[in-house]
Design a protein around this ligand. Structure first.
Ligand SMILES: [Zn+2]
Length: 322
């Protein structure tokens, strides 16, 4: 089965700082919105995914899961495209949290397979918190919008401190709740739930439709039909009327294609692992691989030999026996 996910190639991404009210109200923050400048050219993220299986290139969902910083967004979307949609701009944190959710799921499943239960519980708690709608404000905090009125500014500061604490305590609650999961059945159920939330749920929001193509050979003798599935990683929210017609309101579901790629890898028996050195996820094509790259493996070797050398230096010199 073939999946196609055409997205627009990105030329540039600019960060626009705009004052917005905090989701629960009370004060204004300087949010970082992404202004995505697109090319007419389209790219298919799944084409790269299928190619990664044949050639030695990094699969898109691995690259997506490793996104941690705002500056990494442009090279990623330049390569794999950004969903075309009509709607409001996304905040940098809103995109980064999507990647973090997938990475945390990969890590959790990796630890689950390795039967490292304390790590599984910790990661489950972290992921349950990261799945909350407001969690990106915790991981990628934005500054308070400065106010000229000193008194109001102080009030905002106090309020911000409070909400920061409440986000932190929400996280603590999830961590504590997950730490209580000791029954293997409960852990398995929670694992199921997390796969559903991270990978399946987004696929239910987006449009995926079959597309049949009929091919005729040159002489017209051979007729062939192919079936593919077209994915548009966008959630349709409704329509707005204006004087000349209507326009639709949509929001991109950025992680939908990458979550599906991960599910496809899993069901084919492919494994993603966490690098023992840099904590990035990588495709484990060999069962004994524990580092994502030569660089990471080399770094560890150098460090080990250095520490061995230092240890030797500390040893007293062996006395020559006569
Ligand atoms: Zn590494």
């Amino acid at each position: 089965m073939l999946i196609e996910c055409l997205q627009q190639r990105v030329r540039d991404i600019r960060v626009e700082v705009k004052p917005t009210s905090w989701p629960t109200g009370g004060f204004m923050v300087d949010s970082r919105f992404l202004r995505v400048m697109r090319d007419r050219e389209e790219v298919d993220a799944f084409e790269s995914y299928y190619r990664a299986a044949r050639e030695k290139i990094e699969a898109p969902h691995i690259a997506f899961a490793n996104l941690k910083h705002e500056t990494e967004l442009l090279p990623f979307f330049r390569q794999f495209g950004f969903p075309y949609y009509e709607g409001e701009q996304l905040m940098a944190g809103e995109v980064l949290i999507e990647a973090k959710r997938l990475r945390l799921l990969m890590e959790t499943w990796g630890m689950f397979r390795a039967e490292n239960w304390p790590e599984v519980r910790r990661l489950m708690g972290e992921l349950l918190f990261a799945l909350r709608r407001n969690a990106h404000w915790f991981y990628w905090p934005v500054p308070l919008h400065p106010l000229s009125d000193e008194e109001k500014q102080k009030e905002s500061e106090k309020f911000q401190q409070m909400t920061k604490m409440s986000l932190g305590s929400e996280r603590e609650i999830e961590l504590a709740r997950a730490a209580d999961l000791t029954d293997p059945k409960e852990l398995l159920m929670q694992m199921h739930h997390l796969f559903y939330e991270v990978c399946t749920e987004p696929l239910k929001l987006v449009e995926i439709k079959p597309s049949v193509q009929l091919l005729l050979s040159e002489r017209g003798r051979h007729r062939q039909a192919t079936l593919s599935w077209d994915m548009k990683p966008v959630h349709y929210l409704g329509e707005n009327e204006y004087e000349h017609g209507t326009y639709s309101i949509e929001e991109p579901v950025v992680r939908a294609p990458y979550g599906l790629m991960y599910l496809m890898d899993l069901t084919e028996g492919k494994e993603t692992r966490i690098c023992a050195e840099c904590r990035n996820v990588f495709d484990a094509n060999r069962s004994d691989k524990i580092f994502c790259s030569y660089t990471c493996a080399h770094r560890v070797v150098v460090r080990r030999s250095r520490s061995r050398r230092n240890a030797k230096r500390k040893l007293p010199r062996p006395r020559r026996s006569n």
